[in-house]
Design a protein around this ligand. Structure first.
Ligand SMILES: [Zn+2]
Ligand SMILES: [Zn+2]
Ligand SMILES: [Zn+2]
Length: 268
């Protein structure tokens, strides 16, 4: 029997659950101005997005902050999880999905590439153990679905995965859903993926900090890339404490802005 669930209707909305880099902003022990800022937009949890699709809510990544992110957005139901990649800041909130099977009536479907499944099976080995559990709900109930670069039908929508380079060693996925695309954790977008990002209404794009970084786009690199792709609106994410919201936002070209936790854009 599925339990009652408290949730809100987010159909048609794409929600940035977190916009911070892997250590979050404020960062532990940091005395800088941005970490001390009173501006709510300078409080950045780890990156994830929540998408209200026609047949349910799709969570993109399960960062360590996912519990407070779902509580903040008053969304109690997630029907499927889609992963960009296997880094700690994108998977380590997975245990907090333990309650979902009580509401869904079945295990939580996880859509990811093989490398992500391998990492999740290692990091959350107790969820895949043969040992009988002491009680229902003791461990997350999960079922994997393999994805690649082919478009997938999920919860009544077509989602197009696209390859992103995340430094020299990591190949990760971005996703296009209609005319909205989510491209976090990237240092460069290959030409075949750029071709899939034409004609966007909204591009959410990695922009770590002013200085270059080996696995992320700098703000200037992200601005240049957005200038080439020309989406109607570009929203930067995965930001470090080197990008204060108000000061940085005021300097960005027209049509570009820094994201912030809780920002909602319509799916188109
Ligand atoms: Zn990350
Ligand atoms: Zn700081
Ligand atoms: Zn990463």
């Amino acid at each position: 029997m599925a339990r009652d669930v408290l949730t809100t209707d987010i159909r048609g909305q794409f929600i940035l659950l977190g916009t911070g880099t892997s250590v979050g902003v404020p960062s532990i022990g940091c005395p800088c101005e941005v970490c001390a800022s009173a501006d709510a937009r300078d409080k950045r949890l780890r990156c994830a997005a929540l998408v209200g699709l026609p047949q349910g809510n799709l969570l993109i990544d399960t960062p360590p902050d996912v519990r407070q992110q779902l509580l903040r957005e008053k969304v109690g139901l997630v029907h499927a999880v889609l992963y960009t990649h296997e880094h700690a800041d994108h998977i380590f909130g997975l245990d907090d999905l333990r309650l979902l099977p009580f509401y869904l009536g079945h295990a939580v479907p996880l859509y990811c590439e093989a490398i992500v499944e391998d990492r999740i099976r290692k990091s959350f080995d107790y969820a895949f153990s043969d040992v009988e559990q002491t009680h229902t709900g003791a461990v997350p109930q999960l079922v994997f679905h393999r994805i690649g670069l082919a478009p997938i039908e999920l919860l009544g929508a077509t989602i197009t995965p696209l390859r992103l380079k995340h430094g020299p060693r990591f190949d990760v996925l971005g996703f296009r859903i209609g005319n909205v695309a989510y491209c976090t954790d990237t240092s460069g977008i290959p030409p075949e993926s750029l071709a899939l990002l034409e004609g966007l209404d909204v591009l959410v794009l990695d922009a770590l900090r002013p200085r270059p970084h080996i696995t992320h786009l700098s703000l200037d690199e992200a601005i240049a890339l957005a200038g080439e792709l020309k989406p109607k609106r570009t929203i930067f994410t995965h930001m470090s404490h080197e990008l204060g919201h108000a000061v940085t936002n005021a300097r960005l070209p027209v049509g570009m802005e820094l994201g912030y936790d809780g920002l909602r854009v319509p799916l188109t």
